[in-house]
Design a binder for this molecule. Structure first.
Ligand code: SI3
Length: 320
């Protein structure tokens, strides 16, 4: 049986994988990264080797090393470390799941295999069940991200009967804009105490209204503090303040989306805001352009998201 640890809730940062200028994973900054999330962003849960972490662009041994480092450095500091173990190969996914259990991770998540795809719910459930079985003591989350996997099976459909197939099933990480599907997951399965983790940061307030119990996302690396303020306002039923916070977050995301936003740009923004070097992305992704970085920096400053006191290695010029 999966441990009855407290449900994964609140903000979960989808961690970036720091890399050296030569494109190797850079484990040396992970301790600093954990402290930054906890102390500066008030984010105490992480989701490792997912989309933002370029998990599918890493080798299995790199994924193992990263998982180990995050678990080790997060010990006694973070609440939960969830490792994404999805892969195209069932064997690799099972190996990573087993490894996550061995190193003491708090949970695993899996995306749908996206090259030879499951045709229907039955195929997908069968794959997920085999991965979950490799780590029978770990809470299991389905990572629903149809725009990237191309697997369009609705989450609501998948959740029907899933615990009978996967006893360790604990929730869904829902990275899609279909609030009808999300709302119906909550409506039909909340009595099961599942975690409903929303993954579209710019729409989180709407998902909270629908019953989201937490959120996993890339922007919580550097807008965690701001998003926590929104969660607190929502919690005390101050919808007007919650909306102000959401709109402010949207102003930034809308701005960068128009410039072209993805994992490379997330790495550049996190480097700017935290002062911790995230390095370049791995091919086929290309570095964010200087033009993007300059514009993002100006926007961050204008929205008050850059605090110069926090900069550790002088990545930025001094403000005027
Ligand atoms: C497609 C994508 O990368 N979505 C992000 C969001 O956090 C996204 O960056 C944010 O909502 C801005 O659009 C997350 O859902 C991804 C995520 O949680 C992960 O890295 O595994």
């Amino acid at each position: 049986m999966a441990s009855r640890k407290k449900n994964l809730q609140g903000l979960v940062a989808a961690t970036i994988t720091p890399m050296t200028e030569h494109g190797e994973i850079n484990l040396s900054v992970i301790g600093q990264y954990v402290d930054y999330l906890v102390d500066k962003q008030r984010v105490k849960n992480i989701f490792v080797n997912g989309t933002t972490g370029e998990g599918l662009s890493l080798s299995i041994s790199e994924r193992r090393l990263l998982a180990e480092e995050w678990v080790t450095k997060g010990r006694n500091k973070l609440d939960q470390v969830v490792i994404h173990v999805g892969a195209l190969s069932l064997k690799e996914s099972q190996e990573l799941a087993q490894h996550a259990a061995e190193i003491g991770a708090d949970g695993i998540a899996v995306i749908a295999p996206f090259f030879l795809k499951p045709r229907d719910k039955g195929d997908l459930t069968a794959f997920l069940r085999e991965v979950a079985a490799a780590a029978p003591a770990l809470p299991f989350y389905y990572y629903h991200i149809p725009a990237l996997t191309g697997v369009k099976i609705r989450a609501e459909e998948l959740l029907d009967g899933i615990q009978e197939q996967i006893p360790t099933f604990r929730g869904v990480k829902f990275s899609d804009m279909d609030l009808l599907d999300f709302g119906q997951c909550v409506d039909q399965y909340r009595q099961r105490q599942f975690a409903f983790l929303f993954g579209v940061d710019e729409q989180l307030l709407s998902a909270l209204v629908m019953g989201a119990t937490g959120a996993v996302g890339s922007t919580y690396n550097y807008l965690g503090q701001k998003t926590n303020q929104m969660l607190e306002a929502y919690e005390r039923k101050d919808l007007s303040s919650a909306l102000d916070h959401q709109f402010c977050i949207q102003r930034f995301i809308n701005f960068v989306v128009k410039l072209g936003f993805g994992v490379s740009q997330t790495k550049a923004i996190m480097t700017l805001v935290s002062g911790i070097p995230m390095g370049p992305p791995r091919l086929p992704l290309q570095r964010a352009s200087k033009e993007f970085i300059d514009k993002a920096e100006a926007k961050l400053k204008s929205l008050g998201f850059l605090s110069f006191r926090d900069l550790k290695n002088g990545n930025l010029e001094t403000s005027t």
